[in-house]
Design a protein. Structure first.
Lengths: 506, 306
C-alpha cells in the first residue's frame, strides 16, 4: 500500500500540484469571504443581543444541512464548478467564525467595557484598540475551526467540478483504488494541519501587522485572478469527463484532435467532473460543451421511456434520436469499444476449457465457483437474469466486495467474476472476459455528446471528433486504462501516443 | 464645581437616590461614604453619565451634564475603577497613555508624560513600562489605574472604591499616594468608599449616605465630634475602637530605638487594628509612623485587655 502511494506520488506529481493549488484557492477564497461576512456582522450585532442570537440560530441551522444538499440546491442558480463550491463552503465557514467572534466580543469583561465608556473613547478607537484585540484569540480559533472544516469539506467540490484534492478521493472510491483515496485524504488532512498552524502563527502578530498581511493577500489574489481573466483567450470549448481514468483519456483524445484541426480554438478540459446526472446538467446548462457518454446510459438514464435495444447499432440510433428530441443535443459517431458487464475468467482457464463466450462458460459452470460484486449479484437485470438466460449452474456462488473479487480470482478462491470490459485489471491480472453472445446486456458504446450551439459555431469540431468513429477496440481501451490507472502515466501522454500510433493526427 | 439639585434615581420603582442636593467645590477632596447599597456609586456614575438620573439636575461649572456630548464630557473627567480594569492586551505604558492616544497626542509627547507620571507613582518606567498588567500586583496595577486617570490632567477625578480590593498595606500606600498627588495637583476628587476609616483619612469633606439619603455632610472632625444623628454616629462608633492609635494610648506601642530593616512594613496610627493584624500575619513587626514598633503579641495583649 505504501509503495502504491509512493508510486502514485511520483507519477502524478503534476496532477497533485494542480489539485493542491485548486484546493488551497478554493479554501482560502471561502474562508476569506466568510470572514469578511461574519466578522463585521458579529461587530454590528454585539450590541443587539437578540438579533445576534437569531443569527446564531440561523447559522446553526445552515450548518446542519448536508453539504451535498447545499451543492444540489445551488446548481440551478449558479451552475457548477468553483462558484457553487465556494458558496457552499462559505455558508459552512460563516457559523464558526461568527459564533466565535460574537462570543469573543460579547464576553469581554464588563469592567473593561465600563472603562472604555467612562474614558469617552470613539467607537473605532474602542473597537480596534480594545475590543478586537481582546476578542482576537476567539476570532482566530473560529477561523481555525472554519479552516479545518472547509479544507475537509472542500473535497466534495470534486463532485461538482470544482476540482481540488477530492478528485483523488472520488477516483479512489470509483475505481477501488485505495492509494488514490488515501492520497487525497492524507493531503487534505496535511493541508488542514498546515493552515491551522499558520493561523496560530498569525495570532502572534499585532492587529496592524495582521492588517498588512491581509491587504497583501488580497492584492496578491487580485493580481492573480485579474491576470487570469485577461489572459483567458476567446474561442474556448469546455470538454468534461466523468470521474476516472477512462473518461480522462477520452477527453484528452478529443482535445488533441480538435486543437490539431483548429489551432485557434482553445480546449479546456475538466477531468473528474462528477457523476452522470451532474455532468449532464452541466452540459444542458452550457457550463460544459462536450463530454463522452455511453449509449446504454443515454437510453437508460438520460432520456425517458425509451426501450433499450440490445443491438449496438440500433441502440446508438435510438439514443441519438431521443436525446436530440428531448434536449436538442448532438450525439456524434461512437467509438468501437464497449464498456459493459461481462464475466471474466483466468487466461489459463480460458485456454484449458476453450472458453470464448458466456455460452461456452455455461457448459462448464457446474465445475466452477463464482464470486460477484454485491450489486451484480443482487440486481435483477444483472446476475439473476443472466443466470436464467444462459442457464448458468455454478458449483458455488458468493457475493463479495468489488475490491476483493479480482484478487480472489487470481488467488483461485473463485474461478469466475463479473467485470467491466475495459477494466485495466483484466490486463494487470491476465484475465479474459467472455463474449456476451446472447446480447443479454445492453450495449455501452462511448460517443461524444455535444451541445448543438458548439457545432454551429465551430463546425470543424464534428469532423475532428469523427476521427474516432469506430476506433479504439476494447483491448486498446484496456491498455490505455492500464497505463493511466495502474501505471499512473499522464492521461494526455497516453492519449497522444494512441493518436500517433494509429495515425489519427494529420 | 459639581452641583446636584433634587437628583433622584429609581430602578424598577425602587428609589436608590433620594432627592440629592449637594455641591462639591472645585479643588475639594470629597468622600462619599456609606454601607453597600447606599447609592454612592450610582451618584458617582451619574456625574459622567454612565448612569442617567431619573429626575433633577447635575451641573458641572454651571453646565448641565445632560446637555453635553458624553464623549466630550468624559474627556475632562478622570475615572478610577474598583476592579482597576487595565486593558490586558496593552503594556503598562500603553495603558497609562491610552487616554492621550485616544485624544491623538503624538507618541513622543505621550511617552514623556507617561514616563514622568509612572516614575512619580513609584513604578520606574524602565522597569515597568513594557510589562503586561497581569505581571503586576493589585497595588501596582491600581497605581497604573491612577496614572491612566491623571495623565490628561482632568479637572475632576471620580474614584469608585479604588482601594477596597487591595491588601491593607497596599491600601495604606495608595492612600498616601493619592493624598500626595492631590496636594500637588489640586483637582476636584470625588471618592466613593464603604470604609469609614478611609473616608476619615482622605476627605477634606465627607458625605454620609445611607439608603440613598444624604445624612450628613461635613469635615472629618465635625462628623466624628458632632454626628448629625444616631445613624451617622453608629457608623463611626465602630471605627473608634479599632484604631492603632488606641493601642498607643494603652501604652502598647514601643518607641523605636534602633534602625529597623528596610523591608519592615509601615503603617499609620490612624489605621485600624484589623489592618495591622492582617499585616502582622505576614511579618514579625510593623513600624508605626516611623516612631513606634509593634508585634503580634502586642496586638493580642491589647485585645485581651479590652
Amino acid at each position: 500500500m505504501l509503495n502504491d502511494l509512493m508510486n502514485l506520488f511520483t507519477a502524478q506529481s503534476t496532477d497533485i500540484l494542480v489539485a493542491l493549488r485548486e484546493h488551497v484557492l478554493l479554501s482560502v477564497a471561502a474562508i476569506f469571504i466568510a470572514a469578511v461576512i461574519a466578522v463585521p456582522l458579529a461587530i454590528a450585532l454585539m450590541k443587539h443581543r437578540r438579533a445576534g442570537e437569531v443569527v446564531l440560530q440561523i447559522a446553526g441551522v445552515i450548518q446542519t444541512i448536508p453539504s451535498l444538499a447545499v451543492l444540489g440546491v445551488l446548481i440551478p442558480f449558479v451552475g457548477i464548478g468553483t462558484v457553487p463550491a465556494i458558496i457552499a463552503l462559505v455558508l459552512y465557514a460563516i457559523m464558526p467564525i461568527f459564533q466565535n467572534t460574537y462570543a469573543g466580543l460579547t464576553e469581554i469583561d464588563p469592567n473593561l467595557t465600563e472603562a472604555t465608556d467612562a474614558f469617552g473613547f470613539s467607537w473605532p478607537f474602542k473597537l480596534f484598540k480594545i475590543q478586537l484585540p481582546l476578542a482576537m484569540p476567539m476570532i482566530l480559533s473560529g477561523l481555525r475551526i472554519a479552516t479545518v472544516m472547509v479544507i475537509g469539506t472542500a473535497t466534495l467540490a470534486a463532485l461538482i467540478g470544482g476540482g481540488g484534492l477530492g478528485t483523488f478521493i472520488m477516483i479512489g472510491i470509483q475505481t477501488n483504488d485505495n492509494a488514490q483515496l488515501l492520497l487525497g485524504a492524507i493531503l487534505s488532512a496535511l493541508l488542514a494541519l498546515i493552515f491551522s498552524w499558520g493561523i496560530k502563527l498569525i495570532g502572534k502578530l499585532s492587529l496592524k501587522k495582521m492588517g498588512i498581511l491581509l491587504a497583501s493577500l488580497v492584492a496578491l489574489g487580485g493580481v492573480y485572478f485579474g491576470g487570469q481573466a485577461i489572459v483567458q483567450p476567446r474561442g474556448t470549448i469546455t470538454i468534461a469527463g466523468k470521474l476516472g481514468g477512462e473518461p480522462e483519456i477520452l477527453i484528452n483524445l478529443y482535445k488533441e484532435l480538435i486543437e490539431a484541426d483548429n489551432p485557434r480554438l482553445d480546449v479546456k478540459l475538466k477531468p473528474n467532473f462528477g457523476g452522470t446526472t451532474f455532468i449532464y446538467k452541466a452540459l444542458k446548462g452550457g457550463d460544459v460543451d462536450v463530454y463522452p457518454e455511453f449509449t446504454g446510459t443515454v437510453l437508460q438514464t438520460l432520456v425517458k421511456g425509451e426501450h433499450v435495444s440490445h443491438q449496438p447499432k440500433q441502440a446508438f440510433d435510438d439514443a441519438k434520436r431521443a436525446i436530440k428530441e428531448q434536449d436538442n443535443l448532438s450525439y456524434l459517431a461512437p467509438m468501437k469499444y464497449q464498456n459493459t458487464y461481462a464475466l471474466a475468467v483466468r487466461q489459463a482457464d480460458a485456454k484449458k476449457y476453450h472458453l470464448k463466450t458466456t455460452s461456452d462458460l455455461a457448459k462448464m459452470s457446474p465445475q466452477l465457483t463464482a464470486g460477484f460484486d454485491h450489486d451484480f449479484y443482487e440486481l435483477k437485470d444483472s446476475y439473476p437474469g443472466m443466470k436464467k438466460a444462459y442457464q448458468l449452474q455454478f458449483n458455488k456462488v458468493t457475493s463479495m466486495s468489488s475490491s476483493l473479487r479480482y484478487k480472489a480470482l487470481v488467488n483461485k478462491q473463485i474461478d469466475v467474476t463479473d467485470a467491466y470490459t475495459t477494466d485495466p485489471q483484466l490486463k494487470q491480472y491476465k484475465l479474459v472476459t467472455l463474449k456476451d453472445d446472447k446480447q443479454y446486456f445492453p450495449p455501452f458504446q462511448g460517443a461524444p455528446l455535444v451541445r448543438k450551439a458548439i457545432l454551429t459555431k465551430y463546425p470543424s469540431v464534428k469532423k475532428s471528433l469523427a476521427r474516432l468513429d469506430g476506433k479504439i477496440t476494447n483491448q486498446d481501451m484496456i491498455d490505455m486504462n492500464y497505463q493511466v490507472t495502474v501505471q499512473h502515466k499522464q492521461a494526455d501522454k497516453v492519449a497522444h501516443q494512441y493518436l500517433v500510433k494509429h495515425h489519427l493526427l494529420k | 464645581m459639581i452641583k446636584f439639585s433634587d437628583v433622584v434615581k429609581t430602578y424598577q420603582e425602587k428609589q436608590v437616590v433620594n432627592k440629592l442636593n449637594l455641591t462639591v467645590a472645585s479643588g475639594e477632596f470629597f468622600v462619599l461614604v456609606g454601607p453597600s447599597g447606599s447609592g454612592k456609586t450610582t451618584i458617582l456614575k451619574m456625574i459622567n453619565r454612565l448612569i442617567e438620573q431619573s429626575a433633577g439636575e447635575i451641573l458641572i461649572d454651571d453646565i448641565n451634564v445632560n446637555q453635553v456630548d458624553t464623549a466630550k464630557l468624559r474627556k475632562n473627567i478622570g475615572y478610577v475603577l474598583q476592579n482597576i480594569a487595565l486593558f490586558p492586551n496593552l503594556t503598562i505604558s500603553q495603558n497609562a497613555g491610552i487616554l492621550l492616544e485616544a485624544q491623538g497626542v503624538k507618541r513622543d509627547k505621550r511617552e514623556t508624560l507617561v514616563n514622568q507620571l509612572l516614575d512619580r507613582v513609584g513604578l520606574p518606567h524602565e522597569q515597568y513600562g513594557s510589562r503586561m498588567p497581569s505581571e503586576l500586583s493589585g497595588g501596582e496595577q491600581q497605581r497604573v489605574g491612577i496614572v491612566r486617570a491623571l495623565i490628561t490632567k482632568p479637572d475632576i477625578i471620580l474614584m469608585d472604591e479604588p482601594f477596597s480590593a487591595l491588601d491593607p498595606l497596599s491600601r495604606k500606600q495608595l492612600q498616601d499616594l493619592i493624598l500626595d498627588l492631590y496636594d500637588e495637583l489640586k483637582p476636584t476628587i470625588l471618592f466613593v468608599t464603604h470604609d469609614m476609616h478611609e473616608a476619615l483619612r482622605l476627605g477634606t469633606r465627607i458625605g454620609v449616605l445611607v439608603n440613598g439619603h444624604l445624612e450628613q455632610v461635613g469635615s472629618p472632625n465635625k462628623i466624628i465630634s458632632e454626628p448629625a444623628n444616631k445613624t451617622v454616629s453608629s457608623l463611626f462608633d465602630n471605627q473608634r475602637v479599632t484604631l492603632v492609635s488606641d493601642m498607643q494610648s494603652a501604652g502598647l506601642l514601643h518607641p523605636l530605638h534602633s534602625q529597623y530593616p528596610e523591608q519592615t512594613p509601615q503603617l499609620s496610627a490612624t489605621q485600624t487594628i484589623q489592618e495591622l493584624a492582617m499585616v502582622l500575619r505576614e511579618v514579625d513587626q510593623v513600624v508605626i509612623d516611623q516612631q513606634y514598633v509593634v508585634t503580634a503579641d502586642d496586638v493580642l495583649q491589647y485585645i485581651g485587655q479590652q
